[in-house]
Design a protein. Structure first.
Length: 370
């Protein structure tokens, strides 16, 4: 089991099954654990954001020592379809098709339900060239399950009106789009360049469930007890952040909701996040705390229950997922939620989220509380 970091009875993100299916034929895949998403092979050159190339359904590992999976409320046929779509999107072939001048798109979201959702989109060219900060050149359309034809001429097609480029501190950035889903099933998303007909459009899929697993907008957030500064002041025991900000561990989430102030809570593992965005996400939280101190609560929750042991031994495989993660129901990281003074979720962000985007949810709540 070399290179396979796994804890029994833990959930894993779909990237594990997706990458296994995509790369098995090339004999170049690596087994990937829930939190590490470690890929030694470079056999998928178009997947620059490798840690974000996953589909939108959770899988559960049923045996820690056998690669056997079962789905949660998703049919096997749908899984095969999703794997096929992503295999096409991450095509590693060296033939003419892989050399075509076109776009590639990945929906970096794993938990989408009926209603309106923020969808991060990783968009680049098929050859791996970045296609950053070009929202004005792109048109994104999406359409419901069962709709025939191209999304741009399909009767049920919907065109995104707020595609926005979000610069990240690592790996360029991502686009975000607001999409509204009114049917359960596999929705298709197509991206095309409006100023270049020779650039082939890209397509991906988003699986929409009847209900999200993590709290959705309008849901009451779980009143979780989160770790605060221990009596001995040793922050290393509760966070893997290299330079922990004590302000982010000053109050438990359940107590924060009790103050009646809005709360921003981020779940991340700064030292063990393979995408490299958990540390920067935690820093964003500190900056928000500096900007809005006294007006809102800001809390960081470490993904692992024993970061000090992991750091001391240098062995990430010793990591035990914190119980609070299961209370919130997500399977990737980082995640950030904005909760109003009544404990209702008003902002929900998967993957890295910029300070400005979090403010788009936080500021209206602060202004409404004045």
């Amino acid at each position: 089991m070399s290179g396979f970091l796994l804890r029994r009875q833990t959930r894993i993100v779909p990237a594990l099954a997706v990458r296994r299916a995509i790369h098995q034929k090339n004999k170049s895949f690596t087994l990937i654990s829930q939190r590490k998403l470690r890929v030694a092979s470079q056999a998928c050159p178009t997947c620059v954001y490798r840690s974000l190339c996953y589909t939108a359904y959770p899988l559960e590992l049923t045996n820690a020592y056998q690669m056997s999976f079962k789905t949660k409320s998703v049919s096997g046929a749908l899984i095969l379809l999703m794997l096929g779509l992503f295999a096409a999107g991450c095509n590693t072939a060296t033939g003419p098709a892989s050399k075509a001048d076109g776009l590639a798109v990945f929906a970096a979201t794993s938990d989408v339900g009926l209603g309106t959702a923020r969808i991060p989109l990783i968009i680049q060219k098929l050859d791996g060239t970045l296609f950053d900060d070009a929202a004005g050149r792109l048109e994104v359309a999406y359409w419901p399950p069962g709709s025939p034809g191209s999304p741009f001429d399909s009767e049920g097609a919907r065109v995104v009106s707020d595609l926005t480029w979000r610069e990240w501190p690592v790996r360029g950035g991502a686009y975000t789009a607001t999409m509204t889903f009114d049917a359960v099933g596999l929705w298709m998303v197509t991206v095309r360049a409006v100023d270049d007909d020779n650039l082939l459009p890209a397509r991906t899929g988003i699986l929409v469930k009847s209900k999200t697993e993590a709290p959705d907008i309008g849901d009451l957030a779980p009143l979780s007890t989160t770790k605060t500064i221990p009596a001995n002041g040793n922050l290393r025991s509760i966070t893997s952040a290299p330079e922990p900000d004590p302000d982010l561990y000053a109050i438990s989430f359940d107590e924060a909701v009790g103050t009646g102030l809005p709360t921003v809570i981020t779940f991340s593992t700064p030292a063990y996040c393979q995408s490299g965005t958990c540390g920067p996400q935690t820093e964003v939280l500190s900056k928000l705390d500096d900007a809005y101190k006294g007006r809102a609560n800001f809390i960081h929750v470490e993904i692992f229950d024993n970061p000090e042991e992991m750091l001391a031994t240098g062995d990430p495989s010793l990591g035990v997922e914190a119980g609070v993660i299961r209370e919130w129901g997500f399977h990737t990281e980082p995640w950030t939620f904005v909760v109003d003074g009544s404990g209702i979720v008003v902002g929900r962000f998967e993957a890295f989220t910029t300070l400005a985007e979090i403010e788009e949810s936080l500021v209206p709540v602060l202004e409404g509380a004045q």
